[in-house]
Design a protein around this ligand. Sequence first.
Ligand code: ZN
Length: 234
Amino acid sequence: MATQGASFGKSTLGRIERRRAVDDVHAAIREAILARRFPPGMRLNVEELSAQLGVSLTPVRSAIQLLAAEGLVDVHSRSGTFVATLTRRDLAETFDIRCALECLAAENAAPGLTSAQIEYAQKQLAILARPIRSDAQRRAHEQANSELHQIVIDAAANKRLADMYESLQAHIAMGRLHSVDQTWQSRLSQEHQEHEEIVEAMQARDPQALVSALRQHIMRAKIALLDSVEADNS
Ligand SMILES: [Zn+2]
């Protein structure tokens, strides 16, 4: 009886630890990719990563599978695993789908937006109005930007739509890395005006105005991003 209890306890703990290791490894590699410490095209070696992170090979392999599903790494059966390189076409496709999903969500969600959701949107808008002079402020800005868009997605209460939107997030985050330059700073006032229009349409609970404000904002961001990627590659 005592032995049975002990072995049950052991196997339960083992499972939890393994799951945590995968999550930690996934978060660590993802962060390194998004911060460009692991730049696009870099080869990822499972043995090296497991040594660096002090974990066994299994959680590293599982984490790489998760990252591949997110589109952050490319696994080639013969040549190995690499940090994904996003082409202009990848980014264009991601932004087109993002636009379609946000507009669909907006159309369905606008009439039923709650006062709490609108207040939360206004709060994000206030954060987005703050000047950006440090990395921390920049991260707060990006966070508020994501939150604002997520309010519309969540308000649509469509799980499939939300899952599809979530699957684009890694590419959207990677795309933002291309825009860390002066053009990004110079676009800020335009971006803020667009966010104001989005929040105004939310306040009015006007589906057409919200769809139009979101489409203009996302398509402008797409063009600006594609321009900066072209500049990067040249
Ligand atoms: Zn935005």
